[in-house]
Design a protein around this ligand. Structure first.
Ligand code: SF4
Length: 154
């Protein structure tokens, strides 16, 4: 796993892939590290908080185990508008901050959450939807897009 580590106030902070900020209070970090090792602590420490390191919003990791469906939300997942085109949105947030942004994805705006979808989960759900749509469409296109900047996806 590629990450940077630093101390900040009362937290040990890990930055994964330049994007995912994992904060663990120092008082719990050492106990977790002894139990899980350093990389295991990032994954399993129950006292961690996760943020988008660019937008500074809380970041929610959407995996299959989370039971959050990938159809039905406009900001992440898979969007089917009833054509042969599927919009695939693996991440929210944007590294820019345009004053005209209609989806409020930039930095220092009013939104308080970001989302990132597990790669295996989004691929699995995409295949299911394609399988269903094949009955009605000869060819199906996938556009990897987002309300924000899809190239932030690690
Ligand atoms: S999502 Fe687009 S419009 Fe909004 S801040 Fe990013 S680049 Fe600008």
């Amino acid at each position: 796993m590629k990450y940077e580590k630093r101390l900040e106030g009362d937290d040990v902070v890990f930055i994964l892939h330049g994007l995912i900020e994992v904060r663990i209070p120092k008082k719990f970090y050492e106990k977790c590290r002894q139990r899980y090792g350093e990389e295991g602590t990032i994954s399993f420490c129950p006292y961690k908080s996760i943020y988008n390191a660019i937008t500074k919003r809380r970041l929610y990791y959407i995996s299959k185990e989370s039971n959050v469906p990938l159809i039905g939300h406009n900001a992440f997942g898979i969007i089917d508008r009833g054509t042969n085109l599927l919009q695939v949105r693996p991440i929210t947030g944007c590294n820019l901050n345009c004053i005209f942004c209609s989806v409020d994805e930039g930095i220092s705006k009013t939104r308080i959450t970001d989302y990132i979808v597990d790669l295996d989960y989004i691929l699995e759900e995409f295949e299911k939807i394609v399988e269903y749509k094949r009955k009605y469409c000869e060819s199906i296109e996938a556009h990897i897009d987002g309300q924000g900047e899809p190239f932030l996806y690690p």
